[in-house]
Design a protein. Structure first.
Length: 410
């Protein structure tokens, strides 16, 4: 037995003199194990104690169908000591991580040592007791650290669970807000002889700020509105609902589009303290004479297509957005519509659509799309324009709400 082995036995069996260690070393057996070899098998009844001379071993514990590594021990480490004291099954499996050389002390050697030299056996037991106690201290410290890690993980899990609950709550609120908003938008447009209406809407998120409507004011007059609230949040949806209600209320008592926008602007200034605004186009169309009176409040200029001549243009008119910055002065204009004419109202979500390559859709392309499908009924015109914009957008993200309303004179 080499000096290294005697030194390692001295580290394990503390209190033994050199002669006693030398005697013990003659009773211990050197054994070599290849990498992957099982040295001790969990639940097996074995009667050997091992000291690592060279290499490394791992101690693993079965937990159901899984296996958990408890420790790794190298030169000077030992395992299997309880086999010298009791005949209980192994509590874990020990496996060679790399080629190992071990010193094996079996039960027979221990019993012989105890019979031949009780003093040596007593020192040996004291050494074992010390090492077991130190092992227990290390195990307790390891468990303490594991408990702290488990407590932190549990706290993080609770925080994550709270975030999930909050996220689900917000998603549900957005879903409800979206349902409310979709309920506010008109489910159908007026059926008026000589006029064909159609509209389509696609929000960028669960809720949006665009809205449109066509509604009868009396037997001859039809109100036309399209508007866009700044922002894409629940607040935008709420302001959209408020603005729509104000528009309908003010339109019923006044025939002037300009005055209607002025009244709504004043009411928004009183009712809302949010840093938000509304762009709008409002027109009143006489279904009998086909005369249109309209005013703009910062909204995109509607497209007018003249069916008889094929001319296409943007409506005139200046005016600032509603709900912010004091007084506004929207211009009011009037014009005559003729059979086959088209009036296309839209929000900037259509013309600001971006392709996957970063190219921006524009008003001119929208006008070209109107010309290409101008002979179709209003619903097909709506669908054709949306199809073209969405095909242009492809897989790119939709940044803004898209609203479109078409009025065709028959």
């Amino acid at each position: 037995m080499n000096t290294r082995a005697i030194e390692l036995l001295g580290q394990v069996f503390r209190g033994l003199g050199e002669g006693e260690l030398a005697k013990l070393s003659t009773l211990a057996v050197e054994r070599d194990f290849p990498a992957g070899a099982v040295i001790c098998q969990e639940d097996a009844i074995e009667h050997s104690f091992y000291v690592v001379v060279e290499g490394q071993v791992e101690i693993v514990k079965s937990l159901g169908t899984d296996e958990v590594q408890l420790d790794i021990r190298g030169p000077g480490g030992f395992f299997g000591e309880m086999a010298l004291i009791e005949s209980a099954p192994r509590s874990a499996t020990v496996r060679a991580l790399q080629p190992c050389r071990l010193l094996e002390v079996d039960e027979a050697v221990f019993d012989q040592l105890l019979a031949d030299n009780p003093v040596v056996a007593l020192a040996m037991m004291r050494g074992l007791s010390t090492t077991i106690r130190e092992t227990d201290v290390l195990t307790i410290e390891r468990l303490r650290r594991k408990n702290e890690e488990l407590a932190r993980a549990y706290a993080e899990l609770q925080a994550a669970q709270a975030q999930i609950v909050e996220k689900e709550r917000l998603e549900r609120e957005l879903e409800i807000a979206g349902e409310v908003q979709r309920g506010i938008l008109p489910k159908s447009l007026p059926a008026i002889p000589g006029l064909d209406f159609a509209a389509r809407y696609l929000p960028a998120r669960e809720v949006g700020g665009d809205f449109y409507d066509a509604f009868t004011l009396d037997d001859d007059q039809v109100g036309l509105i399209i508007a866009d609230v700044s922002g894409k949040s629940v607040h935008a949806a709420i302001l959209m609902a408020v603005t729509r209600a104000l528009m309908l209320a003010q339109a019923s008592g006044a025939r002037s589009p300009r005055q209607t926008l002025l009244d709504v602007h004043d009411l928004l200034l009183r009712a809302s303290s949010a840093d938000m605004f509304v762009t709008a186009f409002y027109g009143v169309l006489n279904a009998r004479t086909r005369e249109l009176h309209y005013a703009r409040a910062g909204h995109d200029r509607p497209i007018l297509y003249r069916g008889r001549t094929g001319e296409i243009s943007l409506l005139e008119g200046e005016g600032r957005f509603l709900g912010m910055m004091g007084d506004i002065d929207p211009e009011e204009h009037s014009m005559q519509l003729w059979p086959s004419d088209l009036l296309v109202l839209y929000s900037d979500g259509l013309t600001d659509a971006v392709s996957p390559t970063g190219q921006r859709y524009c008003v001119q392309w929208l006008m070209d799309s109107v010309v290409a499908c101008a002979d179709e009924p209003a619903p097909r015109i709506c669908d054709a324009i949306f199809d073209q914009v969405l095909a242009f957008q492809g897989e790119a993200h939709q940044f803004d709400d898209m609203a479109l309303m078409v009025v065709k004179v028959l």
